[in-house]
Design a protein around this ligand. Structure first.
Ligand SMILES: [Zn+2]
Ligand SMILES: [Zn+2]
Length: 811
């Protein structure tokens, strides 16, 4: 008997090999099993894809499988096919696909380790050559691999020296194995893995009834729309049938409750459930509702897991202990072998796209997996992506709508504030004055002590320039507080909401204090030394940080170009906004939530608690605060600058803006009291902002689709982005032109367009120059044919070429 396997992490000729199956495991071995096999002089992990009596080994003498690593196959046929799809669709080697899918602990590998064979005191007296001496001394400290030893000198010389040392028995080599080896030791604590070969215990049947009752008590009555959605999906769960649904439900319409009812349905059919969320850290409220209903049947996978925890959660899924798995995009590959339902919450979110290695989109893979596993998949969103909406419109997905908020809550009233009417009042120096007040005198030298600005107060700010602001009735208009675009109507609304004891979310999708530091004399801006972007000034620690590569350095005292003292801070982020608001509303309790403040474990939940208990009046934050926040006393949401996402060089910028604004607006008025939303913008007539004001997704998507069709963008075309990166700029641009030529020569002009080569919008990140070629096609097969023609092109050393199918980030 023979087995065909994929060697994990190996690409090229050796990725698919055939091995003999020892009699001891012949009865048991099946596709999906994880095994240890010999490869040259090493032992490596492989996944069995085929077992049979007459497999063709391609004329190579077959060696035998060494060991079966789990009694039960790690992947069922649906997941095996999903991984084949992953490799094929995203044009990646299959060995790479398995490597990126498996937890690192699942990769068992042997390495040849060298160690000393004699006592150090004896070795010290031997007359070695200088290189031999270096090797012996390194090995006296700890065993090393050949690769590690080769750093000690020229490769062939090191090999020769090792050969002599081994021949004279001064050192020896042994095989050492790393990775989880014995399946029996791998269960989560308290799990008996002894009877793993037997059928899965129907863990859920004793809980089935209880599950229903629990789900019932959390929210006894479904709205008629919710009930209709549940009723539509349920038959597919019961009949074990693939069917894709798009659950388009406005904010606060109770999508979570629909998911929970459906999960209960799948559990009582004795099947498992996979719930994907964009970011597990931002999904605490959804996770909480599931845990409240299903208790220990819920297993949560998250990106902060240790490698051991990740492996334990895989084992819990595999042995059927985890009946419901909630996780981020990588959870799509967890070995849930009895899938009865897949839910993709916030399906429009770009976090479903993997942006490194194999650039897959979990939302799309979820539909593929559901088909392979014969179960329904529910994609939920208040603002479905253009792609999913088009699938719904063409009846590829069945559209389920929740048009009303639960408990007849009103939508918040949304007003647009036209920032152009405040522009004349935008001063230049005020930011400096603010800093002067906040910094210790000793550190003042780095900022010019410019003109001081009179303190801004709502009363004062109204005496500003006369304008005809019609967007918000009855409100005056005035100078932007402290150089920040805090318009008078916004400040007034904040004050009123504070007085009425309502809570406010202030949304600004930009971190830091100043966007950049600029020399007022020569105009130069401090940029990151590794990236072509300016560095952001963070007041805390007085640091400059690069938001692309993470580099940071203390803010310099003088201009690098002309040597002048007195760099000026320009622009604003959440950090500065908090300072400005604190001065405007000295008695308000203000907190900030962005990735700078919620990095520490527990920081986010502490802020969430503060909002829940009413200890925070104003919460300033980035898009983090637009996701999943469900607080009943939030009665005002202020969007400081809606244009930030609109002005990105990306064909999805209007869609993202609409999504962000809708999500932000959806945070207001989720309780008894009605909510109010203020959107400040320089583009008040843009269709995405107008549609967000009216909370009219249908109108937005109609207009968006017209533009996409006209310009041949998804969903009316397939796209691929070929990225070319490297440290040597001329190599990168040469390579980009060659690839663009290859693509253009193959592409059929009537269906396929090749755009570029062009430098990426961010031309350099982490010292690497970046170019790109964009390919768009009305025909998926044409697109693939063109890419396939360019794929074999070998870039010169140091230049990396990668293909991003269905790209999400265009930067
Ligand atoms: Zn200068
Ligand atoms: Zn950088």
């Amino acid at each position: 008997m023979m087995a065909r396997v994929v060697i994990v992490g190996v690409v090229g000729a050796l990725e698919r090999l055939t091995y003999g199956v020892p009699a001891a495991i012949a009865q048991q071995l099946a596709p999906g099993h994880r095994v240890l096999v010999p490869l040259r002089s090493r032992r490596v992990t492989a996944i069995v894809t085929e077992v049979g009596d007459s497999l063709d080994s391609g004329g190579v003498v077959t060696r035998a499988i060494i060991e079966l690593l789990e009694p039960r196959p790690l992947f069922d046929s649906a997941h095996l096919q999903l991984i084949e799809f992953l490799a094929n669709y995203y044009m990646a080697p299959i060995g790479d696909a398995f490597r990126s899918v498996l937890p690192s602990l699942a990769r068992v590998e042997s390495r040849r380790m060298f160690r000393v064979a004699r006592a150090p005191s004896l070795l010290a007296r031997v007359a070695f050559t200088p290189l031999e001496r270096e090797i012996v001394e390194a090995l006296t400290k700890r065993p090393l691999t050949l690769r590690q030893l080769q750093r000690l000198g020229q490769s062939s010389e090191v090999k020769a020296a090792i050969g002599r040392l081994v021949a004279d028995s001064w050192i020896i080599s042994r095989d050492a194995t790393r990775g989880r080896h014995r399946a029996q030791t791998l269960g989560s604590p308290g799990t008996s893995m002894a009877d793993q070969t037997g059928p899965v215990e129907p863990l859920v049947s004793p809980h089935g009834g209880a599950v229903h009752e629990l789900a019932g008590t959390s929210n006894p009555e479904l709205s008629s729309e919710q009930a209709a959605a549940v009723a539509a999906v349920t038959p597919a769960i019961r009949r074990r049938q693939f069917e894709p649904f798009l659950l388009w439900g406005v904010t606060a319409s109770g999508k979570s409750e629909v998911y929970i009812r459906l999960a209960a349905e799948a559990l009582s059919a004795e099947r498992q459930v996979l719930v994907l969320v964009p970011e597990i850290a931002l999904a605490d409220q959804l996770v909480g509702s599931f845990q409240q209903c299903f208790g220990s049947l819920v297993s949560v996978a998250h990106s902060a897991q240790t490698i051991g925890e990740r492996w334990a959660s895989w084992m819990a899924a595999l042995n059927g202990e985890a009946r419901i798995m909630i996780g981020p995009r990588s959870a799509i590959f967890a070995p849930i072998n009895d899938l009865g339902l897949i839910v993709v919450d916030e399906e429009h979110d770009s976090a479903y796209k993997q942006e490194e290695g194999i650039r897959y989109n979990s939302r799309d893979l979820a539909v593929v997996l559901a088909r392979l596993a014969s179960c329904p998949v529910v994609l939920g969103s208040a603002t479905p992506s253009a792609e999913s909406y088009e699938n719904g419109r063409r009846s590829r997905y069945r559209m389920l709508q929740l048009t009303r908020r639960i408990q007849q809550r009103e939508f918040a009233r949304v007003d647009i504030i036209d920032l152009r009417q405040h522009r004349t009042a935008l001063g230049r120096a005020p930011a400096v004055a603010l800093l002067v007040e906040e910094t210790k005198p000793a550190k003042l030298e780095i900022f010019r002590s410019g003109s001081r600005v009179p303190p801004i107060h709502p009363e004062l700010s109204r005496q500003g320039v006369e304008t005809t602001n019609t967007a918000v009735k009855g409100a005056g208009s005035g100078p932007l507080a402290d150089g920040l675009p805090l318009s008078a109507p916004l400040i007034e609304a904040l004050g009123e909401n504070l007085a009425a004891a309502g809570q406010t979310l202030v949304f600004l999708n930009r971190r830091g204090y100043h966007n950049f530091l600029q020399c007022p004399f020569c105009g130069s801006v401090i940029t990151c030394s590794s990236c072509s972007v300016s560095m952001t000034f963070h007041l805390r620690g007085r640091m400059l940080r690069c938001h692309y590569c993470g580099a940071s350095e203390p803010a310099p005292g003088k201009c690098f170009e002309c040597g002048a003292f007195g760099l000026e801070g320009q622009g604003y982020g959440t950090e500065r906004l908090v300072h400005a608001l604190a001065r405007l509303f000295p008695s308000a309790r203000i907190e900030r939530m962005d990735s700078d403040t919620s990095g520490r474990r527990g920081a986010r939940s502490a802020i969430m608690r503060g909002v829940r208990t009413g200890d925070i009046d104003i919460l300033v934050g980035t898009q983090m605060i637009t996701k999943g926040f469900d607080f009943h006393n939030v009665t005002l949401v202020a969007v400081v600058l809606a244009d930030l996402s609109l002005n990105m060089p990306d064909f999805r910028s209007a869609e993202r803006t609409f999504q962000l604004l809708t999500q932000a607006a959806g945070r207001a008025g989720r309780g008894e009291r009605p909510g109010r939303v203020l959107i400040q913008t320089y583009a008040p007539h843009h269709y995405s902002i107008r549609a967000a004001r009216d909370q009219d997704y249908a109108r937005f998507i109609r207009r968006e689709m017209e533009l996409r069709r006209e310009l041949m963008y998804p969903p009316f075309a397939r796209m691929a982005l070929v990225r070319i990166e490297g440290e040597e700029p001329t190599y990168v641009s040469d390579c980009a032109s060659k690839i663009a030529d290859l693509l253009a020569n193959t592409a059929k002009p009537e269906s396929t367009r090749v755009l570029g080569p062009a430098p990426a919008p961010i031309e350099r990140i982490k010292q690497r120059y970046r170019w790109q070629v964009l390919v768009k096609s009305r025909d998926r097969h044409e697109l693939r044919a063109a890419l396939a023609a360019a794929a074999p092109y070998r870039a010169r050393d140091g230049v990396r070429v990668s293909i991003d199918i269905d790209p999400v980030s265009m930067l």
